[in-house]
Design a protein around this ligand. Structure first.
Ligand code: F6P
Length: 538
């Protein structure tokens, strides 16, 4: 068992849970008129309401005490100071440096990394200004109209989510596309809508060896050179990577490559070079606002006491449900079509970070780590899986994310959208009793089916408007929440060895699918499937 689960505050929490696990949210609200004021935080124009959680004042106080005893503050310090807290890879974790908008130097291996970071940012500014203004010309002299980001995982999900979220800030002269899957349909779907002479490919890959990205990049390159010749590559391909050598080998000019570093994990890389598509989309000034928002959240996380610290509270609540209520999943429910990729982005942030079965001492963990994150935009989710949230038997904590205003919102649409968001968290919390149904004259034999037990916990994050700054703040909030969970569980939240085995085995199977190679040894099932695929392949 992790030493954090042996701490006195954890023992106190265990006892407190046993005594209070039947608590009723309805009653808690009735008893305490100040509950919302006490259990919400206002961060600039973002309201975090965590009052609809299965907690009392004492729960919150014990959770924060547990974080104190687990020395969360020291771990947070280690994160910001660039200590090698990704201990399985012996790396610092400094995506926060990419959005450091202060003059403070950040030292890694005895060297201030800020000048290099700012140099790349400046190079991104020059390049994105050229593309946006039409001064960056394709090989035949056309301005760029299509920007295609080719990357996968963190080299796709962050920029894709943010570009979609900030669509209102983009010029109509540019269209943005994201290709990630090695399934050729993904690339074809995009290329069908593009012309070689006005298309710019951004190849995003930290390692520049990822199979899917390299195959897609080569196919895109062939599409381009078949139309315009080899010489055109320099006008139509740029790269974002830590592996400049491989970028050069691919044939991309070093002047068109944007660096980042090992201390930036793939899933946290949108704040630097991997955010190039976003910078082109929203412009340098808005991109800086995006960084500012995240930097503000960094400061908040670094400075605020735990009981007023949004990422700490979200992280501790997540642990409260997974460790005590045995919740295995969590729903992300954005009420904004622009945030349709947020659940997918948060899946990687949360599940790739905290789905670990070994702790910092290299021991098997004996407690649950990570939760299954899923979600869908409101109101679509309401008409599919919300049934299970309301009347199913699982405890699934929900996060409602609700931007209030949009540029040129139509109240005919926006107000019903907002009303639905507010109603859902109320319905999950309140439920509906048999007595209430009887008052509505519901036939007695239908009452059991139409009762809602309620008491389902949720957080609501209300945002005045989804500006670049607000989005940066929101994303950094979740990054730090995930850090808090990993730190408290004593695991490495910054490696991802779990994705390696599948990649290795795919490399072995690939030649077996190609004719004439000696098969490796497989179990009967895998072998049976390989044989079937080979027999069917045309
Ligand atoms: O498959 C896991 C992973 O390593 C992710 O962590 C990463 O975001 C993704 O692959 C892409 O890696 P790269 O940016 O090196 O192509």
């Amino acid at each position: 068992m992790s030493e954090n689960l042996r701490l006195p505050a954890y023992q106190a929490l265990t006892k407190h849970f046993e005594q209070n696990k039947q608590m009723s949210l309805r009653q808690l609200f009735e008893k305490d008129p100040q509950r919302f004021q006490k259990m919400s935080l206002l961060l600039e124009d973002m309201l975090l309401d965590f009052s609809k959680n299965l907690i009392t004042d004492e729960t919150l106080q014990l959770l924060c005490q547990w974080a104190q005893e687990a020395r969360l503050a020291d771990k947070r310090e280690a994160l910001f100071q660039g200590q090698k807290i990704n201990f399985s890879q012996h790396r610092a974790v400094l995506h926060t440096a990419l959005r450091n908008r202060t003059e403070t130097p950040i030292i890694v291996d005895g060297k201030n990394i800020m000048p290099e970071i700012n140099e790349v940012l400046e190079k991104m500014k020059i390049f994105s200004d050229l593309v946006r203004s039409g001064m960056w010309k394709g090989y035949t002299g056309h301005a760029i109209q299509n920007v295609v980001n080719i990357g996968i995982g963190g080299s796709d999900l962050g920029p894709k989510m943010a570009v979609e979220a900030l669509r209102d800030y983009q010029p109509s002269s540019l269209t943005f596309h994201f290709v990630s899957n090695v399934d050729k349909r993904d690339l074809e779907r995009v290329l069908e809508t593009c012309q070689p002479d006005n298309t710019l490919f951004l190849i995003a890959s930290k390692t520049f060896t990822t199979q899917e990205t390299m195959i897609n990049a080569r196919s895109a390159r062939k599409w381009l050179t078949d139309a315009l010749g080899e010489d055109a590559v320099k006008n139509h391909f740029v790269a974002m990577s830590t592996n400049i050598e491989a970028v050069r080998e691919f044939g991309i000019d070093e002047r068109n490559s944007f660096a980042f570093w090992d201390f930036v994990g793939g899933r946290f890389s949108v704040w630097g070079a991997v955010g190039l598509s976003l910078m082109i989309a929203i412009g340098y000034d808005n991109f800086i606002q995006f960084l500012e928002g995240a930097c503000e959240m960094d400061r908040h996380f670094y400075r605020e006491p735990f009981e007023k610290n949004a990422p700490v509270i979200l992280g501790l609540l997540s642990l409260w449900y997974s460790l005590f209520y045995k919740a295995e999943s969590a729903a992300v429910l954005p009420y904004d079509e622009g945030l349709k990729y947020l659940p997918a982005y948060l899946q990687q942030i949360e599940m790739e970070s905290n789905g670990k079965d070994v702790d910092a001492q290299r021991q098997d963990v004996t407690y649950p780590t990570g939760v299954v994150v899923f979600g869908e935009t409101g109101t679509n989710g309401q008409h599919s899986f919300y049934q299970l949230l309301h009347q199913g038997t699982h405890l699934i904590p929900c996060d409602f994310i609700v931007p209030i205003n949009r540029i040129e919102a139509d109240p005919e649409h926006q107000l019903p959208l907002l009303a639905n968001a507010l109603a859902q968290s109320e319905a999950l919390m309140r439920g509906k009793t048999a007595e209430e149904l009887r008052q509505e004259q519901v036939p007695e034999d239908e009452i059991p089916f139409r009762c809602f037990k309620g008491n389902h916990p949720s957080n609501s994050i209300l945002i005045e408007q989804l500006t670049p700054k607000a989005l940066g703040r929101l994303m950094a909030l979740y990054e730090h929440k995930v850090f808090v969970v990993g730190a408290m569980l004593n695991i490495d939240s910054f490696d991802q060895w779990g994705v390696e085995l599948g990649k290795q085995l795919a490399k072995k199977i690939l030649p077996e699918l190609q004719a004439g190679t000696t098969p490796a040894k497989h179990d009967a099932s895998t072998q049976g499937q390989i044989d079937f695929v080979k027999a069917q392949l045309r």
